[in-house]
Write a protein that binds this ligand. Sequence first.
Ligand code: NA7
Length: 555
Amino acid sequence: MTTVAAASPTVAPEPEQFDAVIVGAGFAGLYLFHTLRGKGMRVRVIDAADGVGGTWYWNRYPGARCDVLSVDYSFSFSEEIQQAWVWTEKYAAQPEILRYLEFVADRLDLRRDIRFSTRVEAAIYDDATASWLVRTDDGLTCTARFCIMATGCLSIPKEPDIPGLAAFTGPVYFTSRWPQQHTDFAGQTVGLIGTGSSGIQAGPEIAKTAERLLVFQRTPSFTIPARNIPLADDFMNEIKADYAARRQAARRHPAGHLRPITRRTTFSYDDKERREAFEGAWQRGGQDLFGVFGDLIVDEAANAEIARMIYDKIDEAVADPATAAALKPRGAPLGGRRICLDTDYYAMFNRSNVTLVDVLADPITTVVADGVQTHGAHYRLDALVLATGFDAMTGALLNIDIRGRNGTPLREKWSHGPVSYLGIAIAGFPNLFTITGPGSPSVLSNVVASIEQHVEWLADLFDHMDAHGLRVAEADADAEQAWVRHVYDLAAPTLMIKANSWYLGANVPGKPRVFMPYVGGLDVYRDKADAIAHDGYRGFHFDAETPNVRATHAA
Ligand code: NA7
């Protein structure tokens, strides 16, 4: 006798339940996870990469380097960690920062609860249970009371709007998705498209080994020499002897790290003094230049004066006058777009194997099988490097199908640009939080300091909720509107809104033009956030119980 087994319907596994789901395992996700686990919360961290590091996992391109001093661009919350780690360069390169984050993850035993190689596709709020249902690309679901986006400000690459890219037969490398294995450009003609921070850092390194490098520049960037140097043991020991005080000063600094600042204005110096102040900062390198003149970002004449001094530096550094002229940024104020820090960028153009192709003057029409075609020329290439930027600040959030109360999509709520309260909470999206979200200092500060501030503020909010038996926190729409106005009012008088930058979403076709970061400084922002907490979390409303529990009580 034969028996036929009845077909059993496939039963989807029950979603795992957590107190919090954290999306992202970079600086923000790691510290947040450590903090919430320390409170006894059951937490799941999910990241698309197969290791920790976030932005520093993906951006492995040659020359990738931080533009904040390494001794400041690191966690301050653990004296043990900051005493144990040794930075070897003034500005750490990507491999060292990644090693640091791996070290932190191991020291704090974080990896075992992180689900790697998994992308969050959707996060849906359920009004009835007051919890988030999170769905991933491997078909798993989990539920959590809190859903926290630690997705980073620069993590979703901008779709390159270059026709014909798929036709290119050679390798195409994105700086933001650089392969883990060694890339060798020896004997090759390489085309580099994009001259923001990534292109400016990658170019000089690629030029060292490639037979030829063609730099396709549409918009020139202002860039300042980093003057990176190795750090001597004595220097690290000196920092470590009083790290706590350095960190405390950074917490009270508008930039979240100890770069110099002054109120002194450009034209309060006479010509000679101004030149000397500029020259000193240029020679010291790095971000010092932003701090020498207090009005750089608000006064057009002052801004133009400093820009002229940088033009002189370009003329000094670049031998060919036509190349030097093409490298000078025009039409947008210095600082309107993010100022880059470089190592030998301008000098690179004196190498016989490097050519600047000005694609503003002669635009790219299409990529073809063997290279790049502009209106006037054909450039044969073996490899293409794309440093074409990111869908900054909102890209990673809108890449996930986030739905709040009544199923409202975040994509709909933010269709005219991001609105949020403090850059951390969104009306209509209860118990959803965004670490360094739009409306917070984030990319205008030492982002590690901003991350720590957000994580600690959130941890205090959760303590407050626990202490008062509150299950759900949600930003008020009025408070949110007032915050968005405040963010705009601070940015409006600055020159930062006068350039087509990614701060404004201007690099992504069709993206609403809204200035996203908070320009008021991390110190001011911190005080405002603390005052809100002190006032019982002014601008938030809370639910003590889940709606279905309330319904049961009412019946
Ligand atoms: P950025 O700063 O957004 O730079 C992207 C560059 O790519 C920029 O020069 C763009 O020129 C160029 N680009 C983009 N699309 C094209 C096309 N189609 N043709 C030619 N050139 C193009 O990104 P980065 O990765 O360098 O830096 C982002 C941040 O990461 C940086 O500020 C640091 O904070 C770290 P465009 O300006 O559009 O003319």
